[in-house]
Design a protein around this ligand. Structure first.
Ligand code: F6R
Length: 366
């Protein structure tokens, strides 16, 4: 059942090229320049007339929501707010009838997310779901939706659900951009083509596994760990930290790289591994200066870099290479090495990777 892998988590990490492809199959028609998703087409007016989109989710799905915020705002220029479902439901939120509420959930059973949806419906909002489990409570409770096609996710730590969520959310953001005319046609087409290439790039990212295992050996006894990223990769840093805490029980925090100097920098010494997501994109130079700041304080730097990068290679203690993509879609690729790193660290520490202590796969109580 684990398909020859030691754990479901590893199997699910390796399934990502396939399930990402499954998720955009029939929806992404890059040769025609089209994105077809029935749930979006049928409700297009609601989306394009929305004053804002509120995304509700928990945990890893909330991290996908953060990536979606950046994508929808950048591509479609619709204001987006991301809310923890548990906070949203209890704070008498302002919801208008022309708001679109997007709920993201792998299981489709998360109690807080379900309650947030019911509240949004009571207040007259249109609610759209992004779920993995077909026929789940959330998929039934929402007005419309789009499934991820990750297949069953057994490992408690979410992996393939996250990257397929980003895939669906990228499709939605691009479809809305096209409808709103907020993106140039060449940019739009380039994103479609890049999205289609993601499965093979994820495959390529998986080839760094041996190097990541070596790094895991070096840092498996760390007490703390910091994850930094900017822009689309800031939520990826949060997700990297969550994965490490969940399965290895190492205390980890994710931060937007520039926030480091507002506090967390005080933690940096020779015992602090810092994982920095540093692809050669918009924020590259700024991330390079963040890396220099860590180095000046003897922090250990594990950098995720674009293939062929030289500058960061010369500064970092370890580098993990990833293929180039658009800035937005690099969020999917950068997730892969972080999943593998937490997996290997957890295995080396002897924890129960597929069923970490105190956690349940679907949180049906608040
Ligand atoms: C993290 C993890 C949890 C879930 C969260 C939401 O690895 O699995 O944080 O992401 O409980 O679950 P869903 O997406 O099923 O609503």
């Amino acid at each position: 059942e684990k398909g020859g892998y030691d754990h479901f988590m590893l199997k699910e990490i390796y399934e990502q090229p396939q399930v990402i492809r499954d998720t955009f199959r029939g929806r992404l028609l890059s040769d025609q320049g089209l994105i077809k998703m029935a749930g979006i087409e049928d409700n297009l007016a609601k989306f394009i007339n929305a004053k804002r989109i509120i995304i509700v989710a928990c945990g890893t799905s909330w991290h996908a929501a953060q990536v979606a915020e950046y994508m929808i705002e950048e591509f479609a220029r619709i204001p987006v707010e991301v809310e923890y479902a548990s906070e949203f439901r209890y704070r008498n939120p302002i919801i208008h009838t022309d708001d679109v509420v997007l709920a993201i959930s792998q299981s489709g059973e998360t109690a807080d997310t379900l309650a947030a949806i019911k509240l949004a419906k009571e207040k007259g909002a249109f609610v759209f779901g992004v779920c993995n489990v077909v026929g789940s409570s959330i998929s039934r409770e929402t007005h419309a939706g789009a499934y991820t096609h990750a297949g069953p996710e057994i490992g408690v730590a979410s992996t393939k659900a996250f990257t397929t969520q980003i895939t669906v959310l990228a499709l939605i953001a691009l479809r809305l951009a096209k409808a709103k005319g907020t993106m140039s046609q060449p940019d739009y087409l380039r994103n479609l083509i890049e999205l289609e290439l993601i499965p093979e790039k994820v495959q390529e990212a998986l080839l760094e596994n041996d190097r990541i295992l070596e790094i895991a050996h070096i840092y498996k006894d760390a007490a703390n760990c910091l994850f930094l990223g900017r822009g689309f990769n800031f939520p990826v840093a949060l997700e990297g930290a969550l994965k490490l805490k969940e399965i290895s029980y190492i205390h980890a925090e994710g931060y937007p790289a520039a926030e480091m100097k507002h506090g967390p920098i005080a933690l940096i010494d020779e015992n602090m591994p810092v994982i920095v997501i540093a692809p050669q994109q918009n924020h590259y130079d700024k991330v390079v200066s963040n890396i220099q700041e860590i180095k000046a304080r003897s922090g250990k730097i594990i950098a995720l870099v674009s293939k062929g990068d030289q500058q960061v290679r010369n500064l970092a203690d370890h580098i993990i290479e990833m293929p180039h993509s658009t800035e937005a879609l690099t969020s999917i690729i950068a997730t892969i090495p972080l999943q593998l790193l937490s997996y290997h660290v957890a295995v080396l520490r002897g924890t129960n990777v597929d069923q970490p202590r105190n956690l349940a796969k679907s949180v049906t109580v608040e």
